[in-house]
Structure formats: C-alpha cells, structure tokens
Write a new protein. Structure first.
Length: 87
C-alpha cells in the first residue's frame, strides 16, 4: 500500500504536459474536388467529430454524422472516381 501511495505522489509531482482534446467542429482540412470534363468544382470541409477518432464531412450545406477516416476514404473512392483516364 505504501508503494502505491509513493508512486501516486511521484506522478502528481511530475505531471506530463497537458494536451487538450480537439474540440468538435474544428476545421481539420478542406478537400477541393474539380471535374475537368464538366468544368465544375466543389469543396468538402472535414471537421472534428464529437469523439477523438471521428470526423464530420460538410458539403453543399449538409453535414454527415460522425464517421472514421476509413469511411471518408471509402466513400471518396466510390463517389468521385467516375472513370480513369489513360494516357
């Protein structure tokens, strides 16, 4: 019991630097999508979700629910790659 109390006191005396958790809604990244065929373009804003490992995607005035980055990568590939151009 004394060893545990000594370790706890040692941790309290040598506290690590506090790293704040990211706040929900902080803008993390903006993805610009352009179509050279149609000449159209739009932006996808990636914001921090409620949980540490979640993001929220916003585009066209709508926002998604909280998802992981794997969801974003999978859906970008499915929705945005319409055809491959060959040289």
């Amino acid at each position: 019991m004394l060893a545990h109390a000594a370790k706890a006191r040692k941790r309290m005396d040598n506290q690590p630097e506090y790293i704040p958790r990211p706040e929900p809604g902080i803008l993390l990244h903006t993805i610009r999508v352009e179509s050279h065929v149609n000449g159209l373009g739009f932006e996808i804003k990636i914001r921090q979700g409620k949980r540490l490992n979640q993001i929220v995607a916003e585009t066209f005035g709508r926002s998604s629910a909280g998802h992981g980055l794997d969801w974003l990568c999978r859906h970008l590939r499915q929705k945005l790659v319409t055809r491959w151009m060959t040289a």
